[in-house]
Design a protein around this ligand. Structure first.
Ligand code: ADP
Ligand code: MG
Length: 408
């Protein structure tokens, strides 16, 4: 199947050609025809499958018809600012040969400039829930003419506590509209949302929670106090062109970044404490290849489209098995090979069992040759037995929760 086979208009096809897309991905093949008929869509697919284009193309085509009202005809909600910007960029590229106007609306930037832009009139708003709600309450945006609503990364919205905000936004939208909801996973609260927001949706489901088999996954068992050393050694020894390193906390992200810089590696870092400008410039540095390594917390990195990553490093094991799949899905996107390394301390083992349960198989365990694993921990670094026990209990209860979610 080719993009020309969809009933898209020439300005859109031209933009697709200019983006260099050869042919539609699986999600696009399944989603685009139904969405062009105005049908609701419920899409579950792993990251990197091309969902953005899948919902943008049919919507853009729809908006090319008819007279443009001043109020937005389409709203896309995304969980993070970076993701909103990324979707808006993709929308701008795809609509560049049309008159359609795209605006990203997110926090951390001047509300006044944004309000002015809104009042000037836009066709498509890509927004994070908090800022859009803010603008709605100020009376700067009306959904009177809204026809299409897209909720992207719904499960992430749930994690971040955005569901009440989204509900408030959707309540002000016309009943009669097209809704498309995308989520990598389907926890119960998202299932409820789909009943509430979608009417007879087409279900598009592609390999949920199974990472691309092209990813070479390895576990490195390591004592906690040697993680930094191990990371440095691995990055030095292996042919790492571009790595995304995930840490659990902001503090850890900062420490790892500092250590790698001390080794003269080119590192960018991105986490929630940085204001918008800094996050964007870090991301840009990494995207352009000016930084070989990007250190990120989970929240900051989810959903970002960063391509050409050769390595994903789970410096910390993700707290939820499904996040593991999300993270490693960053490499080997659309037919590129990738490597995923996960550092595992003894107390992480319950989390690893959870991940392996989800994957339905064991992950290879490896040790780095000639690495001194026996360096004793400095006394301050040793957690008490009580702390250890608490951590294990915490991860165990998380596993129970998702086991109950994934049980068929
Ligand atoms: P998802 O939302 O499913 O995680 P994205 O929509 O972010 O994935 O797409 C991932 C990457 O693939 C983006 O860089 C996008 O431009 C690219 N892409 C999308 N569709 C195609 C296609 N048909 N051919 C090649 N690349 C594509
Ligand atoms: Mg996406």
């Amino acid at each position: 199947m080719q993009f020309q086979d969809f009933d898209l208009s020439e300005p859109l096809l031209r933009a697709v050609r200019e983006k260099g897309f050869q042919k539609p991905t699986q999600v696009q093949e399944q989603t685009i025809p139904a969405a062009m008929e105005g049908r609701d869509v419920l899409g579950t697919a792993q990251t990197g499958t091309g969902k953005t284009v899948a919902f943008l193309l049919p919507s853009l085509k729809h908006m090319l018809k008819g007279k443009a009202p001043k109020n937005p005809r389409m709203v896309v909600l995304a969980p993070t600012r970076e993701l909103a910007v990324q979707i808006a960029e993709e929308a701008e590229e795809l609509s560049k040969h049309t008159h359609l106007r795209v605006l990203a609306v997110y926090g951390g930037t001047s509300i006044r400039t944004q309000s002015n832009d809104l009042r000037r009139g836009v066709d498509l708003i890509v927004a994070t829930p908090g800022r859009l709600l803010d603008q709605m309450r100020r009376g700067n945006v009306s959904f009177k003419d809204l026809e299409i609503f897209v909720l992207d990364e719904a499960d992430r919205m749930l994690d971040m506590g955005f569901i009440p905000d989204i509900d408030e936004i959707v309540q002000r939208m016309p009943e009669k509209r097209q809704t498309m909801l995308f989520s990598a996973t389907m926890p119960q609260p998202i299932v409820s949302l789909t009943y509430k927001y979608l009417k007879n949706p087409l279900r598009v489901e592609i390999d949920t929670a199974v990472p691309p088999s092209a990813i070479n996954q390895q576990i490195f068992p390591v004592p906690k106090h040697l993680k930094e050393e191990l990371l440095i050694e691995l990055l030095k020894r292996e042919n790492v062109e571009s790595a995304l390193v995930f840490t659990r906390t902001k503090a850890e992200a900062d420490v790892v970044t500092r250590k790698l810089r001390e080794e003269s590696m080119s590192v960018a870092v991105i986490h929630g404490d940085f204001h918008q400008k800094k996050r964007m410039s870090s991301l840009e540095r990494f995207r352009k290849g000016n930084a070989r390594i990007l250190v990120a917390t989970n929240v900051a990195a989810r959903g970002l489209d960063i391509s050409d990553i050769t390595h994903v490093v789970n410096y910390d094991v993700p707290d939820e098995a499904e996040n593991y799949v999300h993270r490693i899905g960053r490499t080997a996107r659309l037919d590129k090979d990738g490597v995923a390394w996960t550092f595992v301390t003894p107390e992480d083992e319950p989390l690893i069992s959870g991940i392996e349960y989800l994957l339905g198989r064991e992950i290879e365990r490896v040790t780095l040759p000639d690495f001194d694993y026996d360096v004793p921990a400095p006394s301050w670094a040793k957690p008490s037995a009580k702390t250890l026990l608490k951590r294990v209990e915490r991860s165990q209860s998380k596993i129970d929760v998702w086991k109950s979610l994934t049980r068929k």
